[in-house]
Ligand binder design. Sequence first.
Ligand code: FES
Ligand code: FES
Length: 169
Amino acid sequence: MSTHRVTVEVNGETHTREVDARLLLSDFLRHHLGLRGTRVGCEHGVCGSCTVLLSGEPVRACLTLAVQTDGEVVDTVEGLGENTEHMHPLQESFSACHGLQCGFCTSGFLMSLKPLYDSGIEMNATEIREAISGNICRCTGYQQIVEAVDRALHTRDSTDTETSESNDG
Ligand code: FES
Ligand code: FES
C-alpha cells in the first residue's frame, strides 16, 4: 500500500505525517492529529457534520483525501474560538440561542458558516436557511440555529459600525 508524506497547516500549526494514499481527511484529523471536534456522521458527503475549511473553503472531510491537503491550510472547529471564555461570535450565539442539542452536527454548521460570517455578507432568515442547507441536524433544532446565525451577524455588524464610528472620531 503506498504512503505519501503530507505537510499541512492545521489551525496555524504545521504537521508532517506519512499517510496512506487512501486516508480520509476526517480520519487524518481525528486519529492522526487528535482533532476530534470534526464529527463523522454519514461518511458519504450528505450530512455536513465533517465540514472543515480547506484554504478557506468549506469541504466535506469525509470526501477529501488527506494527501489532497499537502501544502494547504486546513481550519477545524478547534481553531475557531480560543476557549470557552473567548468563543467565536458564532459559537457564542449558538450557545446563547440554544442552537444545539446533542451538538453532534454543530462543528459542521460552524465551519460552513465561518466564511460567510467573515465575508461581512448580510443574510435574512431565508438566506441563512439556504446557507445551512448542506448541514443536517438530527435534533431538528433549525429554528434556533437560524436565530443563532442572525444574532451573530447582527453582533458582527453592530461591532463593525461602532468600530468605524469610533475611528471617525
Ligand atoms: S460525515 Fe461527511 S458529510 Fe456526513
Ligand atoms: S444538535 Fe444534535 S444533531 Fe444537531
